[in-house]
Design a protein around this ligand. Structure first.
Ligand code: ADP
Ligand code: MG
Length: 399
């Protein structure tokens, strides 16, 4: 059964009738540019073929009900209740099941934005039923969260005639994740999920939100990207991510700039003298990673994807040694892939688990897959889940 059919079936089980439409949004992989987004820096993600589908129908009352194949039971509230459920913080858990805070948070954020931008009176929106199904691995660093936000935001934007563009909808998703779920993430995931294009990466300036597509021509070049899901589950709300953000904010404060985006590689020697070693290494990761994103974009444009392998490896080393967000499984995946000839490999996503990517010759994909699997067995790790990803289109209406 396709994900779309699964969403439609769940909707029918829930309501006894067909949805008004089905919208979907993809997960994403970040090619390079890790933890740079909340430092106002540069990222280069692409959308993956795995998608979350939302089958949605307007109700005759003012209630909003969400169901997911991923959850035991639907959650139902009235539209009027949304402002009392959110915002929440890391300390105050959402008043609904955590998964439901993603779609309900999107509805809440859209309610606020729609009300201001388009004069929709509070309460004038219709209630909705939302049924969600997905084939995006959850908690693997492939942003199932942006996918559920993007699918829900796209659906409600249309059904509530909010008229927001894709960039604004990415902002809605981020607001839901930050303020309704309480996960302090940047804007990258939502932008990639909303604006992704087939066979291209999205070069995003997280300060201006200016986005450019950069062609990858993977198939043409005989290349493939493998995702190696380590099955080590990460959680954004745990301490490590927050600590890294705090270090970055401290570093920027010490350097006297609004964000680490404003520190260049040439400033690093000066920075080293001004802060403790841990803060400096966090800063050095962000500053060099921003430069690596710019270098990767230039290299892709001038020489093609085959030439970016060393930049990917340098990014991994920086995350492993300076930012210290890798884990043994990710390091093993990267090393095993490189040992058998991957052109480049790095952990991707927030870290502390999740997935790595390997840039490989198409014909070498089975060799790399076997080598990584064998290395995991030898280390006594849970078998990884390894699959190719083709850079794919962003959020869309499917039916
Ligand atoms: P990632 O985005 O890397 O997959 P996150 O922790 O950011 O991991 O988001 C995962 C969370 O998003 C899940 O724990 C769940 O609460 C929510 N979520 C994602 N996909 C779905 C889905 N299909 N149905 C319900 N909730 C989902
Ligand atoms: Mg996420």
């Amino acid at each position: 059964m396709t994900t779309q059919d699964a969403a439609a079936r769940l909707f029918h089980d829930l309501t006894g009738h067909a949805p008004d439409g089905i919208w979907s949004a993809p997960g994403r992989v970040n090619l390079i540019g890790e933890h740079t987004d909340y430092n106002d820096g540069f990222v280069l993600p692409f959308a993956i073929p795995h998608r979350t589908c939302a089958a949605v129908g307007i109700r005759s009352d003012d209630r909003i009900r969400v169901a997911s194949t991923f959850a035991d039971a639907p959650v139902e509230v009235s539209l009027d209740e949304l402002p009392s459920l959110f915002p929440t913080t890391a300390e105050a858990q959402p008043a609904v099941a955590e998964w439901a805070a993603y779609p309900l948070g999107v509805a809440w954020a859209l309610q606020l934005a729609g009300a201001t931008a388009h004069g929709v009176e509070h309460g004038a929106q219709h209630g909705v039923d939302i049924a969600i199904a997905s084939d995006v691995p959850v908690g693997a660093g492939l942003s199932s969260s942006a996918a559920i936000e993007g699918a829900t935001a796209s659906a409600l934007n249309e059904l509530w005639t909010a008229g927001l563009d894709r960039t604004a909808l990415a902002g809605i998703g981020r607001r839901a994740e930050n303020e309704a779920v309480g996960a302090p993430t940047g804007i990258m995931d939502q932008m990639a999920s909303m604006l992704g294009e087939a066979d291209a990466a999205l070069f995003l300036d997280c300060r201006s939100l200016e986005a450019q597509t950069v062609g990858l021509s993977m198939a043409e070049a005989g290349l493939a990207i493998l995702v190696i899901d380590t099955r080590v589950s990460h959680a954004h709300s745990t301490g490590g991510y927050r600590e890294r953000r705090a270090s970055c904010e401290l570093g920027a404060r010490i350097m006297g700039v609004p964000a680490l985006r404003d520190v260049s590689v040439d400033d690093l020697p000066r920075a080293q003298g001004l802060m403790d070693d841990v803060t400096f290494r966090r800063v050095r990761h962000i500053v060099t990673e921003n430069q690596r994103v710019l270098d990767t974009v230039q290299t892709l444009r001038e020489s093609g994807a085959r030439a970016i392998g060393d930049l990917l490896v340098a990014s991994h080393v920086s995350m492993r040694d300076d930012f210290e967000i890798s884990v043994a499984e990710l390091d093993t995946a990267v090393q095993a892939a490189l040992d058998v000839g991957a052109l480049g490999a790095r952990m991707t996503g927030g870290g502390f688990g999740g997935a790595a990517i390997a840039l490989v010759e198409q014909h070498a994909a089975p060799t790399v897959t076997d080598a990584v699997t064998a290395a995991f067995t030898a280390s006594g790790f849970t078998a990884p889940h390894i699959f190719p990803v083709t850079p794919s289109a962003g959020a869309a209406r499917d039916a």
